[in-house]
Design a protein around this ligand. Structure first.
Ligand code: CTP
Ligand SMILES: C[C@](O)(CO)[C@H](O)COP(=O)(O)O
Length: 381
C-alpha cells in the first residue's frame, strides 16, 4: 500500500466567520490546517502529502510551507477540490486518505484504523454512532422523533483505493459533501471504522474554542504511552565468553545462536517491537537469512529504536532481568547499562539490568542456558 494524504483546504469557511478562512485562523500558535498537515506528514504510512488550496490563497503567507506538500488549487465544491488532489497523486500511489483541513485533532489511531480497513475494503471511513435522541422540529417546536438506529456521524480521513475513487469522482454530480457519498453513488462499499469524539470539524465560531480545549487535553496532558515485553532464551555450548546486554563477559561456555546470542539485548529489542505492535526480531531479521549469521545484536536493537523514532516515540525506560546461575552479572551491571543506553540514545538511569538465579531449578538452574525478560515503555509526547 503506497498512500497519499490529501488535505482539502480550499473552502471559504463561511459558517465559521472571521477575517480569513477558518483553516488559516490560529489555534495556539499555529493555523488550524497545520495540525492535520503535521499529523499526516509524521505518519509512517504516508508517502505523499497533497494540500489543496483556494486559488486566492496560493500566493499568500497564510498556509504553512512546512511540512513540504504537493500544492494544487481546488474548485468551487469540496468534490472538485478532492478531484484536484486526486490528479496530483504520484505514479506510485495506490491508496488515498482524504482529510478536511478543518479537522485539526485527527489522531494516528484513527488514521491507522482507516488504513487497516483498506486491506480488505475498497473504501473506509471513521464515524461515530449517534447516541442522542433525534427530533424533527420547526419554528422551535418538536414535530417528530427520528429513529437513530443505524445512524452515524461521518468524519475524515476517508480512505480509498485510488483507481476506483478516481472513477467514482469522474462519474459524480460534484455536489456530494464527502467522498463516501461519491463512492457509494458509484456502487463502492465503504467500511465504517471507529471515529474519535475529539476529531471535530471546525464549522462554527464556537468550534475554535472546543478545538483549543480538546488540544489542551489530548495533546498536552495525554502523551501516547506504550508498554511492551520481551522474553528470550539461548542454550550454552562450547566457548569462553557470553555477550550479555552488549558486554562481552568471560565464561566457561558461550551462548549458541544464529547471531551473537545476546539474550538480554534480544529481550529488550523484542519489548520495543512489542510496544509498537511490530512483531519480533525473527520477523525483522529472519534466522533463515545468512546475512544475520553471527550478527552483533546491537544491529537489532538500533533497528527497533529507529522504528520507534520513525513513529514519533522515544524510549521511556527499559528493565531487563537476566536469569542464570553463572556468570555473575553484578561486576558488569554498570557497563551493561551504559552500553544499552548508548544504543538506545537515552540516559543510563533509564535502563535497568538485573539478574536472578532460579535457585538451581529448571534449565537455567541446571546451567543449560540463560533466559532474559524485559519490559520497555515508549512515549510519544
Ligand atoms: N470548495 C471546497 C469546499 C470545501 N473544502 C474543504 O473541505 C473541508 C470541509 O468542508 P466545510 O467544513 O464545509 O468547509 P467550508 O466549505 O470551508 O465551510 P463553509 O461551508 O462553512 O463555507 C474543509 O477543510 C474545506 O476547506 C475544499 O477544499 N473546497
Ligand atoms: C467531509 C465531512 O467533513 C464529513 O463529515 C463533511 O461531509 C463536510 O461537509 P459539511 O457540509 O460541513 O458536513
Amino acid at each position: 500500500m503506497t498512500v497519499a494524504a490529501i488535505i482539502v483546504a480550499a473552502g471559504r469557511g463561511t459558517r465559521a466567520g472571521g477575517d480569513i478562512p477558518k483553516q488559516w485562523q490560529l489555534i495556539g500558535d499555529r493555523p488550524v490546517a497545520a495540525y492535520a498537515m503535521a499529523r499526516f506528514a509524521s505518519h509512517p504510512a504516508i508517502s505523499q502529502l497533497i494540500l489543496v488550496l483556494h486559488p486566492d490563497d496560493i500566493d499568500t503567507p497564510l498556509w504553512p510551507r512546512e511540512p513540504a506538500a504537493t500544492v494544487v488549487t481546488g474548485g468551487a465544491t469540496r468534490a472538485a477540490s478532492v478531484q484536484a488532489g486526486l490528479a496530483a497523486a504520484g505514479p506510485d500511489i495506490d491508496t488515498v486518505l482524504i482529510h478536511d483541513a478543518a479537522r485539526p485533532l485527527v489522531s494516528d489511531a484513527v488514521i491507522d484504523r482507516v488504513l487497516a480497513a483498506l486491506a480488505t475494503s475498497v473504501g473506509a471511513a471513521p464515524a461515530l454512532a449517534v447516541t442522542d435522541t433525534l427530533w424533527h422540529g420547526a419554528e422551535a417546536t418538536v414535530t417528530g422523533v427520528q429513529d437513530r438506529t443505524g445512524l452515524y456521524r461521518a468524519q475524515t480521513p476517508q480512505g480509498f483505493h485510488l483507481g476506483p475513487l478516481r472513477e467514482a469522482h469522474a462519474a459524480s454530480t460534484g455536489q456530494e459533501t464527502d467522498d463516501v457519498a461519491v463512492a457509494r453513488a458509484a456502487g463502492l462499499d465503504v467500511s465504517i471504522v471507529a471515529g474519535d469524539e475529539a476529531n471535530i470539524k471546525i464549522t462554527t465560531p464556537e468550534d475554535f474554542v472546543r478545538a483549543a480545549e480538546l488540544m489542551r487535553h489530548t495533546m498536552t496532558s495525554l502523551p501516547d504511552i506504550r508498554c511492551g515485553n520481551g522474553y528470550d532464551v539461548h542454550r550454552f555450548g562450547e566457548g569462553d565468553h557470553v555477550w550479555l546486554c552488549g558486554v562481552q563477559v568471560p565464561h566457561t561456555r558461550s551462548l549458541q545462536g544464529h547471531s551473537d546470542a545476546d539474550v538480554g539485548m534480544h529481550a529488550v529489542t523484542d519489548a520495543i517491537y512489542g510496544a509498537l505492535g511490530k512483531g519480533d526480531i525473527g520477523q525483522h531479521f529472519p534466522p533463515s537469512d545468512p546475512q544475520w549469521k553471527g550478527a552483533a545484536s546491537h544491529i537489532f536493537l538500533e533497528h527497533a529504536v529507529a522504528l520507534a523514532a520513525a513513529q514519533g516515540f522515544r524510549i521511556g525506560n527499559a528493565d531487563c532481568t537476566l536469569v542464570c546461575e553463572f556468570p555473575k552479572i553484578g561486576p558488569h551491571h554498570d557497563a551493561m547499562k551504559a552500553v544499552m543506553a548508548a544504543y538506545m540514545g537515552i540516559e543510563s538511569d533509564r535502563i535497568s539490568v538485573k539478574a536472578t538465579t532460579s535457585e538451581k531449578l529448571g534449565f537455567t538452574g541446571r546451567e543449560e542456558g540463560i533466559a532474559a525478560i524485559a519490559t520497555v515503555t515508549l512515549i510519544k509526547p
